[in-house]
Design a protein around this ligand. Structure first.
Ligand code: PMP
Length: 325
């Protein structure tokens, strides 16, 4: 933990993590992998600072609380628009591609690939060529293969599928590093980190060490395709418990928008939600509470959650329902 970030030993770890990510996500050569700090939340500000110029409009697709937060920060920097939103539908769905309103003067189009709080996920991403497509992939990066070439910039806080908190991964296309950024503070320029291989200043070395370990583990699992297969099976166990419950468990997301990472559901009333969560906790199921902003229940089935945990939860959901419905 105390090795200098300029030491040969650390540099090997650092480069290994970059190379692993490039290989696992099949990142084309014209993209750079950056290790940043400040979480995905700082990306909400860093990206409009860099890409939202006067005369251009930042275009946001709203699919949940995190997209709203990203938009809120861009509004502090410049002009914004909403390309599409599923807010009126309580964020139960993802917009259809034909609902997305594009404009000639878009600085970029921003989306959130997986909506951690509401439990929805994009399956097919829009093809956008007039402006860079930018995605917050904090809660589903590395859970499935992605066609990186559709995106100008992808960012993700590490703490779901990549490793411990403290490092934020950005994957940026080379041409986006040629912007004039004289007005942007040095630390908040993607260029600064790209030109120095993310060693402009002291990176979060221990988080990157752990990231490298997690990436080796994903490799040992057979890579992202195999991880996706497991994630589909894991999520299916819990969605089946919901679908076969005759309405006792009610999923929040519409079926075609269901997330493979965050499975959100409610019992028939608030009292039942509470009792279910208390019983679950007694049995050792930790973290089943929904996000504090929406309540209810949420099973997060990130890459590190083993199949056995999902089988156990399914069995508990079935037996709890039989006892209480
Ligand atoms: N975006 C998404 C999709 C998230 O799930 C989260 C965290 N839960 C964030 C952004 C915020 O990330 P951070 O705490 O790293 O700033």
């Amino acid at each position: 933990m105390e090795l200098s970030h300029r030491s040969k030993e650390y540099e090997e770890v650092h480069q290994s993590a970059i190379n692993h990510l490039k290989q696992l996500l099949n990142i084309p050569d014209n993209y750079q992998v950056l290790f940043l700090q400040g979480g995905a939340s700082l990306q909400f500000s860093m990206l409009p600072l860099q890409f939202l110029k006067k005369g251009k409009v930042a275009n946001y697709i709203l699919t949940g609380a995190w997209s709203e937060k990203a938009l809120k920060e861009a509004k502090l920097i410049g002009e914004t628009k909403i390309a599409a939103s599923t807010k009126e539908n309580q964020y139960k769905s993802i917009p259809t591609l034909s609902d997305i309103q594009l404009n000639n003067n878009d600085a970029y189009v921003h989306l959130t690939s997986n909506n951690t709080i509401f439990g929805t996920q994009w399956t097919e991403f829009p093809d956008i060529s007039h402006a860079p497509l930018i995605a917050d992939m904090s809660s589903d990066i590395l859970s499935r293969p992605i066609d990186i070439s559709k995106f100008g910039l992808i960012y993700a806080g590490a703490q779901k599928n990549l490793g411990p908190s403290g490092v934020t991964v950005a994957i940026i296309r080379d041409d986006l590093l040629n912007e004039n950024v004289d007005h942007v503070p040095t630390m908040l320029r993607y260029q600064t980190h790209a030109e120095t291989n993310s060693l402009y200043h002291t990176p979060p070395t221990f988080a990157i060490y752990m990231l490298n370990e997690v990436l080796s583990w994903v490799n040992q699992q057979g890579g992202v395709k195999e991880i996706e297969k497991q994630n589909i099976e894991k999520a299916k166990l819990i969605y089946d418990a919901i679908d076969e419950s005759e309405g006792f468990y009610k999923g929040h997301a519409e079926k075609e928008a269901r997330s493979l990472m965050n499975i959100t559901f409610n019992l028939p009333n608030e009292e039942q939600n509470k009792r279910f969560l208390t019983k679950a906790k007694e049995l050792g199921f930790v973290g089943l509470n929904g996000h504090r902003s929406v309540g209810g229940c949420r099973a997060s089935t990130y890459n590190a959650v083993p199949m056995e945990a999902c089988i156990a939860l399914r069995e508990f959901m079935d037996s709890y329902r039989k006892e209480h419905s």
